[in-house]
Design a binder for this molecule. Sequence first.
Ligand code: PMP
Length: 390
Amino acid sequence: MEETYHKPFEKIKKVEDTYQLNTYNKLPFSIEKGEGVYVYDSNGKKYLDLYGGHAVALTGHCHPAVVKAVKEQVDKLLFYSNVVYSSVRADASEALINAAPSGMGKVFFCNSGSEANETAMKIGRRYTGRKKIIAMKNGFHGRTIGSLSATGLGSYRKQFSPVIEDFVFVEFGNIGEFERSLTEDTGTVILEPVQSMAGVEIAGDPYYLKLREICSKRGVVLVFDEIQTGLGRTGSWFFGDRLGIAPDIITLAKGLGGGIPVGGVIINDRISETIGPGEHGSTFGGGPVAMAAVKANLEVIKEEGLVQNAREAGRYIMRELGNFKNVKNVKGKGLLLGIEIEDAAGLRDYLLGRGIITGTSSKKNVLRLLPPLILKHDEIDIFLSALKDY
Ligand code: PMP
């Protein structure tokens, strides 16, 4: 791309730093354009985006089908709430439920991952009448007070205590500790099936099967936060599909709208039948622009075989990284990968210099890859060849 933008980067940075609340550590460039797995900064520099715009660009940046659907919708109607029906909401709901595990027949749309998790925990309480929620040490579920209360990663909670009581934290992957922590008062358990921010931690298959079995036996609502793992990223539409299990509630956001902000909560039939009008809501949830994006985005995932591609591309990266002496281990599944290396931030910065965006995690030695699911072998090879020179 030859095009450059008029404001020099230093000006953009100065203005943004002056007016925006200082809550983010930012990389030193301004992204102005995206196309597939590539983004371009204000100087016209091209980057291979293996961070996927923060795991959002599931179908790539500005997928033409998503852009077209949004443009068409924008011309017709920007917004009307859930007080009326909407054909595009009907279509998006149907498309999402068609992809969902069987027995999970209802969706609630909202605006973000935190809001989706708030909704799930509210429903868990409402359904069981029990207030205690079990969450995982080192898990991440968002920044609102409720989702932060479920977030085990200490650094996010530290300055905001006390958060909501009634949360109990157990070690992810330790089924014995989970079982011992259950009491009469436990209504809900929430976890990321793969703990992403924690450094892409994944448990053995028996853990998930046992968790499902215990929750069913004890009447505890099992919530999978699939905000990062969902919609194909780990090589199946939803994490439990591969194991033949489904949680009671799945929360989604990030890649759901292909770049348009939207969250979703998928709920099993047993629970959804008990919920009635007035018990929950969200003004912008299910708005037409977001719904047009969701519908188009889900069609792209299906029609372009992106679930299979995520599985296959992830295997290729793992296999190839096995030959690298500076890589100690690769964790994760599909295209949610954690690369164990001595200094992840150092490698991230080096790769940026080579025009490749990756992510760090809460572990200093884990570099994260969360690329679009359209990633091809020749794009992976660009990354591998840069890593070889490191
Ligand atoms: N859960 C997980 C697993 C996440 O990765 C995130 C966002 N990083 C959230 C919840 C919160 O999502 P949001 O920022 O959209 O509120």
